[in-house]
Write a protein of this length. Structure first.
Length: 118
């Protein structure tokens, strides 16, 4: 009887330990994705040109991560005559990676503005 109770407790503790390891690995991947997205966002510069790009990271430890940037242009009309003097960019950086059979992703979004000459 005591052996049965001890084995049940050990199996439960082992399961908790495995769940904890899995959660730690997922958190580590998400932290890496956030840092990679911030790095790609910085590399685009303060006012990037509109367009879309995709790529991979060069180092072996980042081989499972892929990136995509999408920059779209918007113009804000600020005068009654319809003249546009502010350009706005919507910037999205998405990091994707495989986690077992699942694909996970993290997207960082920002806006950049620039006043245009009149």
């Amino acid at each position: 009887m005591a052996l049965t109770i001890v084995s049940l407790v050990l199996v439960s503790l082992l399961r908790l330990h495995l769940l904890s390891l899995d959660a730690t690995m997922r958190a580590q991947d998400l932290t890496t994705a956030v840092q990679l997205a911030q790095s790609r966002m910085t590399a685009l510069g303060p006012f990037p040109d509109p367009g879309e790009e995709r790529g991979r990271f060069d180092t072996p430890e980042l081989a499972k991560f892929h990136w995509q940037t999408v920059v779209t242009e918007h113009k804000l009309e600020t005068t009654e005559s319809g003249q546009t003097n502010i350009e706005l960019r919507h910037i999205e950086v998405t990091i994707r990676w495989r986690d077992g059979l699942n694909e996970r992703s993290y997207t960082l979004e920002a806006y950049a503005s620039q006043q245009t000459p009149q």
